[in-house]
Design a protein around this ligand. Sequence first.
Ligand code: BTN
Length: 255
Amino acid sequence: MSVADGFVYRAFDAIDSTNKEAIRQIESGASSGFWITAKIQTQGRGRRGREWVSEQGNLYSSLIYDTKHDVYQSSQLSFVTALAVRDTIAEFVVEEKDIKCKWPNDVVVDQKKISGILLESVSAKNGTPDLMVIGIGININHHPELSSYNATHLNEHNDVLYNPMDVFFILTQKMAYWLNVWQEQGFTEIRKKWISHAIGMGKIIAVRLPNEELEGRFVDLNSDGALKLEIDTNDGLNEVRLIHSGEVFFNIPNE
Ligand code: BTN
């Protein structure tokens, strides 16, 4: 197998981080459509400055992508990527598994996190426009035991042992597909599809923000990708808050 048409690809054995390598590649002139993978990352980066544990056996990949300078496009891209990851995982796990998108860009199987997405924006030194680095990690053969959330890995949910590259080549196809849907039909279509796979919509959730924790009902996904949270105010009225970044926690039986 190989990467989907229109992409180029470079594989590394061990590297600090595929996102960092993508940034270095941009600085030396790489352009949109360039994929990087590594078998091991020694400084895997997660969201909020966290470490992404990156031992051999899982997929670590980054794609350089040109969003044509549009800030809104960058936040939309995170949902485009989550759909591609969700569809990739759906190709490999047994059919009855519940594969959902968790705001903003996680994918969960049986409510456990199986992948992580980290978008970074880069201005190349040589005057070329801003490019996005889309970092995607998918747990294939193992997952970390963490206190902060429940995790899982792909080979826990099928009868065959897949390797990271099997998954990577399908991921490139799914990314090509969803990037094309986004370019042709816009975010409306992405939003609709993401909602159809979302976990927790209509439910009471907790959202952890840098300085506060909110509880409320996850009523909708805004047209810019923000989470709409309906909160009971003390005076008995409801207020809808738009959450642009934060961490979401559920306690959802039977989902
Ligand atoms: C998260 O915290 O959920 C995001 C994790 C993103 C991890 C991926 S692995 C490939 C790419 N390289 C990195 O250093 N991070 C991303």
